[in-house]
Write a protein that binds this ligand. Structure first.
Ligand SMILES: Nc1ncnc2c1ncn2[C@@H]1O[C@H](COP(=O)(O)OP(=O)(O)OP(=O)(O)O)[C@@H](O)[C@H]1O
Ligand SMILES: [Mg+2]
Length: 443
């Protein structure tokens, strides 16, 4: 049911809209001015706001300004009696989806509300949802020649239509995010948002408010109420990447959310409920984290109902030729180069290499090969992997990057593998460390 909030100072108008829109199947609440509207918004989730512009006290434009910075704020439809061009332009500038001038026909209003709702679902108004558009626009291919990957595809087909959480495990670069995408694509939620959140790149105190939102004033920088990502993902799919980095203190809340769809914003004691399917991924051994006490056992079992474990590429070498061919085509097209194929010798190099960085490394190698290649097929010299393409000079002197990599490894060892501690010792933030570890393929 589409949830509508009417903010209008005229009593008869509120009464009429509530009655007629309810009859048309919307769930409707009303507020008599801007401040009252914001108060209701603090405690209830809406899809669409019908907002009057001219009101005593806080007017409609003020309300929009307050809501503007919130990526999950409802879609705003402006209702105005004296629609001069300026107020309409002003409203659109402040983030209104559309405006209607009184008197409006109820049928028309219902259509516009439905359209606004659809817009909100597939919105291009914020970054999160732009991510999603990129996914929709660029169809992804899932290459699976090897037996284990074929079995995984079968499992994806079976589990996609259900609403169960899925735990995707595998080394870095094995295709966990791609699998999450494929599950979403094959599910009945394929037209609803797919929102990815990487638990490793957020600081511990931000992660809860990012996921569940916060109430104004709940901590010093919380100037206004913020909707959590679970609200943005309502009716859709939430992908929690690097779930092993989820702070222990937050895990019971996540478990509760998985069980009931219920959650509380930080600093609020009101409970909300949404309908979100959760997919999670990790490149760490979760069971080992459970044993070490940094991951809750109950959460582990809740997530582990359906588990997909992707083998590293070196254990499914049958996939290498198809993947290499796929990336060759992808990058030849992108870089407008006419390369026919991979030479036998280069193929041998690809097949023999252990691929510690898995599919991502293969993709990078093929992209570079396409850039470097100036013949009709890829030759061993085009492959920047140890023993194939590296020039003698680049091997003698360790590069800056190699030195950085070694240094990070050393510090990480000293920190006993604890990334937070290592980042403090290195004087960089967790996010930067995370990206460096990824860049250097350190797990
Ligand atoms: N089976 C596959 N078919 C086609 N492309 C693949 C396949 N597996 C992985 N890729 C590609 O390899 C790259 C890395 O995959 P992805 O980002 O899903 O890995 P990941 O396991 O999430 O890595 P990380 O642990 O580092 O986050 C992506 O560009 C993805 O599209
Ligand atoms: Mg990933």
């Amino acid at each position: 049911m589409i949830r509508v909030l009417v903010i209008d100072d005229e009593e008869p108008m509120r009464r009429l809209l509530r009655k007629e829109l309810t009859r048309k199947g919307f769930s409707v609440e009303v507020a008599s001015d801007g401040q009252a509207g914001l108060d209701i918004l603090k405690n209830t989730i809406f899809d669409v706001i019908l907002l009057d512009i001219v009101m005593p006290g806080m007017d409609g434009i003020e309300v929009m300004k307050k809501l503007r910075r919130d990526p999950a704020s409802p879609v705003i439809l402006v209702l105005t009696g004296k629609a001069t061009v300026e107020t309409a332009v002003d409203a659109m500038k402040n983030g209104a989806y559309d405006y209607l001038t009184k008197p409006y026909k109820l049928d028309e209003l219902a259509i516009v509300i439905n359209r606004a709702y659809e817009y909100g679902r597939l919105s291009i108004k914020n970054q999160l949802l732009q991510q999603e558009l990129v996914r929709i626009e660029s169809p992804f291919e899932f290459i699976c020649d090897s037996q284990p990957m074929k079995e995984i595809l079968g499992l994806i087909r079976k589990t996609a239509p259900t609403d169960s959480p899925v735990l995707i495990q595998g080394e870095s670069g094995t295709g966990k995010e791609l699998i999450a995408n494929t599950i979403w694509h094959h599910s009945k939620r394929g037209t609803s948002p797919f929102i990815a959140l990487n638990c490793a790149t957020l600081s511990e105190n931000l992660i809860e408010s990012e996921i569940f939102g916060h109430e104004k004033g709940s901590f010093t920088s919380a100037y206004q109420t913020k909707h959590g990502i679970v609200e943005v993902a309502d009716k859709g799919t939430l992908f929690l990447d690097e779930i092993g980095e989820m702070p222990l203190g937050l895990q019971p809340k996540l478990l509760r959310f998985l069980d009931s769809g219920e959650f509380r914003r930080v600093g609020s004691n009101r409970t909300f409920k949404v309908d979100v399917r959760v997919l999670a991924a990790t490149n760490r051994d979760l069971l080992a984290l459970v044993r070490a006490g940094s991951f809750r056992e109950d959460l582990y079992y809740r997530l582990n109902v359906i588990a997909i474990t992707i083998p590293p590429l070196r254990e499914r070498r049958e996939d290498v030729p198809a993947l290499a061919g796929y990336f060759l085509k992808k990058y030849s097209r992108k870089l407008s180069k006419d390369i026919k194929g991979i030479s036998l010798e280069a193929g041998d190099v690809l097949n023999a290499y252990p691929w510690p960085g898995n599919v991502r490394e293969l993709e990078n190698v093929m992209e570079r090969a396409v850039i470097l290649c100036d013949s009709r097929s890829i030759l061993p010299a085009d492959l920047s992997i140890a023993g194939a393409g590296l020039t003698a000079a680049s091997k003698e002197q360790p590069s800056l990057e190699e030195m950085e990599r070694d240094y990070i490894l050393k510090v990480l060892k000293q920190a006993g593998g604890n990334q937070s501690k290592a980042s403090q010792m290195l004087g960089i933030d967790r996010k930067t460390l995370y990206h460096k570890l990824k860049k250097y393929g350190i797990h």
